[in-house]
Design a protein around this ligand. Sequence first.
Ligand code: MSP
Length: 522
Amino acid sequence: MHCLEGFGDLPMKHFYITTAIDYANGAPHIGHAYEKILTDAIARYKRQRGESVHFLTGLDEHGQKVQKSAIEQDIPPQELCDRMAVVYKELYAKLGISYDDYIRTTEERHKEVVRDLQQKLFDKGEIYLDEYKGYYSQRAEQFLQEKDKVDGKWPELFGEVTEITESNYFFTLKKYQSWLIEFLEENPDFVVPSFRQKQVLEFLKEELNELSISRPKSRLEWGIPLPFDEEYVTYVWFDALINYISAIGYGTEDFEEYWPVDYHVIGKDILVPAHAIYWLIMLKACDIPLPRHILVHGFWLKSGEKVSKSLGNVVNPLDYIEQFGPDPFRYFVLREMTVGQDADFSHERYMSRYSGELSNDLGNLLSRVLNMTQRYTEGIIPEATMEAEPEATLKKEYNHAAAKVIEAFDAFQFSVGLDALFTFFKAINRYAETRAPWKLAKSQAPEDRELLTTSLAYMAEGIRLGVLFLRPIMPEIVKKVEAHLAIPEELATLIIKETPVWEFKMTGREVGEKVILFPRPE
Ligand code: MSP
């Protein structure tokens, strides 16, 4: 057990953050990658803020879709899942996703908790057997009602809808409806951004249906059998949602070090009803404390359409990673998408941010500083010995940007924070143009020499402080900057409690060779 210093035996609560677990039936695309990058940036930033972070992601392996894909590929479902786990994990390794745990719903540690909870709910009478007659969408793995039709037809997203009659086990949602409404009204910041919480309350205006939590084995084999009736397997959501607690040892002493979760990060399509209704009621019914927040991101679109496998318009992150490395991709998606809103992926915008902000504003700035330090001060970062207006202005710009970045990153508004940060990198470039050390170098006058050395010191300190905030966003690139600018470990790993101080920490350090951070694409 980890203990908080000075708090005796009180267990320390980690900052616990999760992503949705990806369906094992298809290959990853930008939507999956984005969510993991967003969560990773939060996790890395929180670590930088001094928190002990536990970051969970994983794979959703049961259900009809996986069974169907396995049949199509003529392999056992477990084999399909094993292969997909490798594919997803390889992508996330390439993207630098720093998760602490990866849960797969076919693992015994997960199945055990699912069975345990179901038995508990069954014993309490919250789960009961009933007959169901009605419509079923295989694609959505969901029972439907007449009211789900639009203009008398089933919407495209449900695929083929068939009429069925079967006995199933149900979990009572209705009984918790007014409690849930009250909870959300009392906790207006529960779903982030708040307009998504309004959507949940909107959904709750209509009476909830009971939730069928089982599927007869005759129709679906690939699932966790119900502990009290082996003829049925667990409905995929009732299985998948439980990953958030099975992974952290629900039922053991460790559990309270993590739970309640600080943020469940999910896409907008699985907020209602899955996370905001099913999950919250499941927890309440089991007497488990509720999550602290749900963070909902929007969708990546391409030319206005949702990016999805079935539409065949996927953006493969691997194409971008192979050509440009992982960090520009991480930067792009975080810079481009306002958390909560949809965003359009366009190659032109990608290229414009790559050659503009990354290559020009940051890459060239570093090369210039390294180059000039080599040429004019024998590779040693000089001392700052004066401060005139341009220097004072640059410092002011730093303080302004840093405050804005911290405020934005604290609210997970990476796009806003990065905008402020790159405004600062631009300011360093402007400062370089103002002082023009390459012109000063031609003069023998002592005051010009002083201006030259001072300006190099200012630029180096600016870059050191600027890249500190880039660590959660572009960890590999920042490592390169640190190596070439000779930023020592203790400065690079600074815990950010408040605005890091401008204090010329780089004076006297010997820089490395010039480096091209963002090579021109072929
Ligand atoms: N397996 C369920 C989640 C269970 S969580 C207990 C699932 N899987 S998924 O593979 O379809 O989606 C995984 C995550 O990716 C979801 O949060 C989903 O919203 C997100 N995205 C899928 N396509 C997306 C985009 N085009 N854009 C952004 N994210 C989207 O749902």
